[in-house]
Design a protein. Structure first.
Lengths: 275, 275
């Protein structure tokens, strides 16, 4: 394996963009793990994005695909907000915090070095009530290839890559992209076997309103059966997990990003384990 | 020299944040130069920053030092705008544009990998009318050291580093910083001998309102004598140039960023040459 140092495994860690994520806890756990493992971090920033979009009077337009997956419709104005909040504000705040915990972090977007190469989807089908219609001028894409050399270069020189959307299209235009899908493709390209995903819940819940209804274990061959339990953003996590499994991931750990040791706790199997 | 490939020289290029900069021209010129030279690019984003700050109702507060140099006072709110526009929006737009011109660009802020390490100046002296007073809570710093290993790593692997403020303090807090000073320190650390700086004027003008009053040549030992011709932002460029000369830069080319070949034209000595 290109990337694995002797005795080292590689873990991809995704942290959602919720406002109650315990980032100092994430940093401490990563600092602990870096002694033994190599880590690639991907982060969201949805709450800050919504807040800045609202202050700028840019509408965050949610659309629903014919199969019922909701996502953000991205026009030029919302792509600019996305760039500002994900690749600028939140990415650099995480990088600085990592450094305060002694971690040599470098922040990158999917645009840098064509890290996340996406196929643009300029037209998307969306469901509006009972109707399905074609929406044009969409600036999103699905990640299909990854610049593994750039990530390898940073890892081998002791840097922690801190990565966020957007991605870059084949035509070198900036496109918004789904982080959960992108991390799955990246994990496959890098031969990563473990994926941790943290958000503001203990894991996948049978009842999204009841944190006591945690699903502890999902057999990776049966992931499709759990799609009905996933609402809103969780749907994308399930689809991302499916893509990751198809790409060779051996185990996925969904865990609570709000607790004292978010990463370690998830890796101990205390959230939802898919294996 | 650590960084110079056989037969290659290194050039630091700074491009200001004006709205009429011909970025496609800058990209084309850099693509031409990359055959022969290694380049490190630093960019501003002041016009977009002012525009976004205004839309967010964040006041851009200008302060004047006792010696008459004006700069932006940075509190938490304005630092966030700075991060969004410099490290997010503008940096990534430049990186994507470079890729459209076939240049393998990677965008970094001074925070990433502690690229630009600054000494924080939490308190600054400012002139208000005839009075000088102490202003606290300032989030700026002056770059004193550079992570040359990270830049070298990218250059040696064929990437163009596209860098912008902010910087990171010794205490690993994000601090706003002066790009012109930072590029001078970076040039010294990397042993760079040539510095190009582009903005929205043909060079330094005797009369800032008359583009025909271009100063063609400045002897580097006499740079102090030209400070009186520099108004507003140009003052910082003169001070940055002075710092660059003290650090071993052999020639500085100030040129017009609005023309067809901004970088090549400046390097041909058609703007203001300091040597």
């Amino acid at each position: 394996m290109l990337l694995v140092r002797k005795g080292h495994v590689m873990i991809a860690v995704k942290v959602g963009g919720g406002k109650n994520i315990n980032w100092d806890g994430v940093c401490r756990d990563i600092a602990t793990l870096l002694g033994e493992e190599q880590i690639v971090l991907v982060h969201g920033a949805s709450v800050r994005r919504d807040e800045i979009a609202s202050r700028l009077n840019v509408a965050v337009k949610m659309v629903v695909s014919p199969s019922g997956v909701s996502s953000v419709y991205t026009d030029q104005e919302s792509l600019e907000v996305f760039l500002m909040v994900y690749a600028g504000l939140v990415n650099k705040e995480i990088v600085a915090r990592m450094h305060r915990h002694g971690i040599n972090a470098v922040g990158l977007s999917g645009v840098d070095g064509r890290l996340w190469q996406a196929k643009a989807k300029k037209e998307i089908m969306v469901k509006e009530g009972d109707k399905v219609k074609l929406l044009k001028g969409n600036l999103t894409g699905r990640v299909e290839a990854v610049n593994t050399e750039l990530i390898t270069l940073l890892l081998q020189n002791g840097y922690l890559p801190v990565i966020s959307a957007p991605a870059i299209s084949i035509e070198n235009e900036i496109v918004n992209t789904d982080n959960d899908w992108a991390i799955a493709v990246m994990a496959e390209s890098l031969g990563i076997k473990k994926l941790v995903s943290l958000f503001e819940a203990p894991g996948l819940l049978r009842d999204p309103d009841d944190e006591g209804s945690l699903i502890h274990h999902i057999d990776k061959s049966a992931i499709d059966e759990y799609l009905p339990f996933a609402r809103k953003r969780m749907k994308k996590k399930v689809l991302g997990a499916k893509r990751a499994i198809e790409g060779g991931i051996e185990s996925i750990y969904w865990g609570d990003g709000r607790i004292e040791h978010p990463v370690l706790h998830a890796l101990q199997g205390c959230g939802t384990v898919i294996c």
